[in-house]
Design a protein around this ligand. Sequence first.
Ligand code: BGC
Length: 383
Amino acid sequence: MSVLHTGMVLFLGLTLMTLKSTGDPGSAPKVEVQPFGTLSSGQKTDLYTLKNDKGMSVSITNYGATIVAIKVPDRTGKVEDITLGFDSAKEYEEGKAYFGATVGRYGNRIAHGTFMLDGKTYRLPKNNGDNTLHGGINGFNKKLWSVREIPSADGPALQCTYMSPDGEEGFPGTLTATVVFTLYQDKNELRIDYSATTDKPTVVNLTNHSYFDLAGQNHGSILGETLQLNATRFTPVDSALIPTGELREVKNTPFDFTHPVAIGKRIDAADEQLKFGQGYDHNWVLDKPKGGTRAALAAIAHDPTSGRVLEVLTTEPGVQFYTGNFLDGTVKGKGGYEYPRRSAFCLETQHFPDSPNHPNFPSTTLLPGNEFRSTTIFRFSVK
Ligand code: BGC
């Protein structure tokens, strides 16, 4: 071997070593995996943790493609878990609150568990009074998803896939749903990209059901945290939380979050809509930038004590703001903490509830040959 040749080999070798030790994409695994317990079927589950350089981490289980934890720093740098959930998959299997879950095939309610598509009537199992909620009795949150780490220039990324058979929970068409969770390496942002295809006309509404308490998941009430929504209208509901079809102005109502307001300020006001929801449990119609197809700012939540700020950006037309009115302190969550009523809020980006029965709402129909796509970003900072 000539001196020149040896030199080149050495140089190349050193370059490669340097790349590896500085963590080039694809060197050390970016996603840590640990066991998350066994389901009643005997199937084993895992917990995948994505970490970035800014002190943030996100843990996701393949059971329900569920976000189990989001840990972010407060204004002093103290990192806390700010989402409600459980310590094992078994508890998610028994749980009814949809903590952190990927909700599908149809998130939110379908009135009387029925809708028409292409002249055919479909009947779904009812799991919420006379209605179907969050995809039925065994929605996507109760399924074991296939998971793989995928390369991304943005940061650690996890792809979750589930194939829902034709007729599952009464819905037509085989639906192949994919959810990609990407944690940005250099900023505290989690991006969720949904996509789905079908082999028959069907309806789709996918969302994530994280329950946030920006003060930390075991801190109790969220009523002192503030919220701003980029929405001048909401979809009022009947007593079973089914939209009436109206798009109502929020002006001069407790539903006006066009400026930051403490969540608890008007939550118990004498208002029929608040009575129906036992608090906030409604869909806001997002004001969208004209012609924009990118994820736009939908909501800003702020906890004055910790300083944590959550911004939600989405391509979806609506957001369900739910204030955990049905939590009652009987469910033991992470670390044994019993989540009291209104100890967290959800911002479920979505198409409007019961859209298949409301032709005036943006359509949730997906046809074969088309692809459903949707993006939501949870962006964290301090103030
Ligand atoms: C619904 C609530 C429901 C909660 C948990 C929300 O999306 O709007 O009514 O209690 O999910 O299931």
